[in-house]
Design a protein around this ligand. Structure first.
Ligand SMILES: *Cc1c(COP(=O)(O)O)cnc(C)c1O
Length: 383
């Protein structure tokens, strides 16, 4: 049995009649930019996250970028970002002409290490930009306290964390603004690109509404040099269908993560010393398992063995932003952010998703047990 890393077609097949009807409704409406469908989704997603406002945008990168613009981030400013994240977090900062200032992640949760944030603050710092990576909330309370103390804004990158809770409360309005992506593979995924901002700050919401539509509130009257970054109504209609299933689908991910945790935990106790590290969830975090990421001393061998058994595994992410050619101008060198580098060198993501069958999960687990013994590293220590 082959188990692909992700099967997006399966998500469509599960909801086909509803999605087809939603798309047909938009096509028949004769209204194809913004309008009722986008507003409907904005209201429903705001209500879901508990935020007062939601603004639908073209994608997650734009959500980050426009939120930073709405916070007046520009040339000469610095924004604190995790050294371990998808590159979009950094690119949004660069697109404003500002400089991303990396802070190492916590080696166990993979999210920004809040104890290291203050050391990175300078007179130029304007925003702290934590990422809720792999679906697990970052430790927001200390971040918000540091921001208050230094007069900084907080923008959350929640592109991987739709529905996750921090200390019992859904992500959506802890910081000044929260950026979302509806890229197809995300927990709440469209069938094309999509993004949004949620916030309780009506000034930020208002500015982003203007920025997304050519800097215009009234047609052909342009207040600022804006962008074209509008959520497409067809995608909004699809997202409205899928939002109703988000909690159920997240719960399925959670069951799979639990199965992995238990089975791979047994595999670990058989090794001494352990060469495998499973995800760690702090007790205040309710993650939504966008990805299930383990660390291993020989991830390449492990991935090859898994591929041999027909199991698709991936790496999120193989090269940290500070070592990408795109950021060569910042002058960072290998070894400068060792925690991020170690995660990049050792992490491996197993298949997880709401349509992954029980049989497929069993298959992944048995393939993993074989792979870990064959990758010739079961008895090596990595730390
Ligand atoms: C997917 C993602 C983004 C960007 O979203 P797009 O919709 O692809 O632009 C930003 N940050 C993180 C952490 C992501 O995973």
């Amino acid at each position: 049995m082959k188990v692909p890393f992700l099967d997006l077609g399966a998500a469509y097949r599960e909801l086909k009649p509803e999605i087809d009807a939603a798309v047909a409704r938009v096509l028949a409406s004769g209204w194809y930019i913004l309008g009722e469908e986008v507003e409907g989704f904005e209201h429903e997603f705001a209500a879901y996250t508990g935020a007062q406002q939601c603004v639908g945008l073209a994608n997650g990168l734009d959500a980050l970028h426009l939120a930073l613009r709405a916070m007046d981030v520009g040339p000469g400013d610095e924004v604190i970002v995790p050294s371990h994240t998808f590159i979009a977090t950094w690119l949004a900062v660069s697109q404003c002409g500002a400089v991303p200032v990396p802070v190492e992640p916590d080696a166990r949760t993979y999210n920004i290490d809040t104890a290291r944030i203050e050391a990175a603050i300078t007179p130029r710092t304007k925003v702290i930009l934590p990422v809720h990576l792999y679906g697990q909330p970052a430790d927001l309370d200390p971040i918000l306290a540091i921001a208050r103390k230094h007069g900084l804004r907080v923008l959350e990158d929640a592109a991987q964390a739709h529905g996750a809770r921090y200390k019992g409360q859904r992500l959506g309005a802890h910081g000044d603004a929260v950026a979302w992506s509806f890229y197809p593979g995300k927990n709440l995924g469209a069938m094309g690109d999509g993004g949004a901002i949620t916030t309780n700050d009506s000034q930020i919401a208002d500015r982003i509404r203007v920025l997304r539509n050519y800097g215009s509130r009234v047609k052909y009257i342009n207040e600022v040099q804006g962008y074209n970054s509008r959520l497409d109504p067809i995608q909004a209609a699809i997202l409205r269908v899928k939002l109703a299933y988000l909690d159920e689908w997240n719960a399925r991910r959670s069951v799979i993560a639990g199965n992995y945790m238990q089975a791979l935990g047994v595999a670990i106790t058989r090794q001494s010393p352990p060469s495998l590290i499973l995800p760690h969830t702090p007790d205040w975090a309710e993650p939504v398992w966008h990805l299930y990421v383990v660390q291993h001393s020989h991830p390449k061998d492990l991935r090859e063995e898994l591929a041999y058994a027909g199991v698709g595994a991936m790496v999120h992410y193989p090269i940290p932003p500070h070592l990408q050619k795109a950021y060569a101008a910042l002058g960072y060198v290998q070894g400068q952010f060792p925690v991020a580098e170690q995660i990049a060198n050792q992490c491996i993501s197993l298949p997880i998703g709401p349509q992954l069958t029980e049989r497929a999960v069993t298959e992944v687990i048995s393939a993993f047990e074989v792979a870990i013994n064959r990758s010739g590293c079961a008895a090596q220590t990595i730390w």
